[in-house]
Design a protein around this ligand. Structure first.
Ligand code: PMP
Length: 317
C-alpha cells in the first residue's frame, strides 16, 4: 500500500505526512468518528469513483447518527474526493473519508463549552488487494466474537467505535492462522466478516444474510443486482453457520476486498477449495461493472454509480 501525498482536511489539500492529530482529540479516546471506504477505478473510457453518492450518503447518515455536524455537504465532499484523487494522480485508488471529533472537552458529552471541532479528512492511496490470499481463496474462522449492536439500526452506519469488535475478531483469526473471521449475531445466525459481507452458493442459488446485524454493504447491493442480471436466484434470509460449511461456494464482498472467494471455514474445505464457477462469474462481472464496462441485459443501474474523474491537478506539480 503506498500512501497518498495529499489529503484533504477541513476544506484544504494538505501534505498528509506532515499532519498531526492533537493527542486529546475526542475521537482518539472514545471512537467518536465515522468513516467510509470507497474505490476509484481506471478504465479505458476514463477513471471514475464507484458509487460515490451512495458512500457519501452513508457517511453523512453515519455522522447524523452520532449527531456530528460535518460542515460540508455531499457535493462539497464529492468534489473533495475528486480533488484528492487528482492531486495524487491516482486511478485505481482506495479513498478514506473520516469525520471525527477533535480536541476540546474531554467529557464524553461534547455539548456546551468548550465545544469540540468536528473535522473532515479525506485520504487516498493505491490498495490493490485487501487480503493477502485473495487470489488463492481465503481461510476463515467462525469467530467467538458476536456481531451485536446496542440498538437496532446501528448496523447500517460505519462508526469507528463499533470496529473494535471487528478488530478483535480479525486479530484473533489471524493469530490462529486464518485470513479473517465470520461473525455470528446474537441469535446465532451468520452476520458478516469483520469488514465484508458474506454470500454462499448452494445448488446454484446465491444466499446472503439479511442486513439486520450486518452492514447493508454497497458492494452487497451491487452483487445482488449482478447475480440477478446473471440469472441467479438470490435469497436474503437467516443463515445457520452449518449452511456455510456445506455450501458449494462462499465469497466475501466489500469495497476493499471486492469479491473474495473462500476456500476454507475452520478446518472444512468449501467445495473443491478453489474459486467456484458462480463466484468467478460474479467476480468477473463485478470487475467490469465497477469500470462501467459491462453491457447489461436487464435494466442498467443509474448513471450516478460512476462519478467521472477529471485527472491531474496542479497540486501534484
Ligand atoms: N461489513 C462491514 C463491517 C464493513 O466494514 C464493510 C466495509 N465497508 C462491509 C461489510 C462491506 O461494505 P461495502 O460493500 O459498503 O464496502
Amino acid at each position: 500500500m503506498s500512501r497518498s501525498l495529499f489529503s484533504w482536511h477541513d476544506g484544504k489539500l494538505i501534505d498528509a505526512t506532515s499532519q498531526q492529530v492533537p493527542l486529546l482529540a475526542h475521537a482518539l479516546h472514545y471512537g467518536t468518528g465515522v468513516f467510509e471506504g470507497i474505490r476509484s477505478y481506471g478504465a479505458p473510457r476514463g477513471s471514475s469513483v464507484f458509487r460515490l453518492r451512495d458512500h457519501l450518503h452513508r457517511l453523512l447518515r453515519s455522522a447524523q447518527a452520532l449527531e456530528l455536524s460535518a460542515r460540508f455537504n455531499e457535493h462539497e465532499l464529492a468534489a473533495a474526493v475528486h480533488e484528492v484523487i487528482a492531486a495524487n494522480r491516482l486511478h485505481d485508488a482506495y479513498i478514506r473519508p473520516l469525520i471525527f471529533v477533535g480536541q476540546g472537552s474531554m467529557s464524553l458529552d461534547i455539548e456546551g463549552p468548550p465545544t469540540n471541532p468536528v473535522h473532515v479528512l479525506i485520504a487516498a492511496w493505491e490498495w490493490k488487494s485487501y487480503f493477502r490470499h485473495q487470489g488463492t481463496g481465503l481461510s476463515l474462522k467462525l469467530a467467538d466474537w458476536k456481531r451485536c449492536f446496542p440498538r437496532p439500526g446501528l448496523n447500517t452506519i460505519k462508526s469507528a467505535g463499533f470496529y473494535v469488535h471487528s478488530y478483535l475478531a480479525q486479530r484473533d483469526a489471524k493469530l490462529s492462522g486464518f485470513d479473517d473471521a465470520i461473525m455470528i449475531d446474537e441469535a446465532g445466525h451468520v452476520a458478516e466478516a469483520t469488514a465484508a459481507n458474506v454470500f454462499f452458493v448452494t445448488g446454484g442459488v446465491v444466499a446472503t444474510p439479511r442486513a439486520v446485524s450486518a452492514l447493508p454493504g454497497i458492494t452487497r447491493h451491487t452483487i445482488i443486482k449482478i447475480a440477478h442480471e446473471l440469472g441467479f436466484t438470490v435469497e436474503e434470509r437467516e443463515i445457520d453457520p452449518a449452511e456455510l460449511h456445506s455450501a458449494d461456494e462462499v465469497f466475501l464482498t466489500g469495497t476493499a476486498c471486492e469479491v473474495a472467494s473462500v476456500a476454507r471455514i475452520n478446518e472444512r474445505r468449501i467445495g473443491a477449495g478453489v474459486c467456484g464457477e458462480v463466484t468467478a462469474r460474479i467476480a468477473g462481472a463485478y470487475q467490469q461493472v465497477v469500470r462501467n464496462d459491462y453491457i447489461w441485459a436487464g435494466q442498467s443501474p443509474p448513471s450516478h454509480w460512476w462519478a467521472r474523474c477529471e485527472q491531474a491537478s496542479s497540486a501534484a506539480g
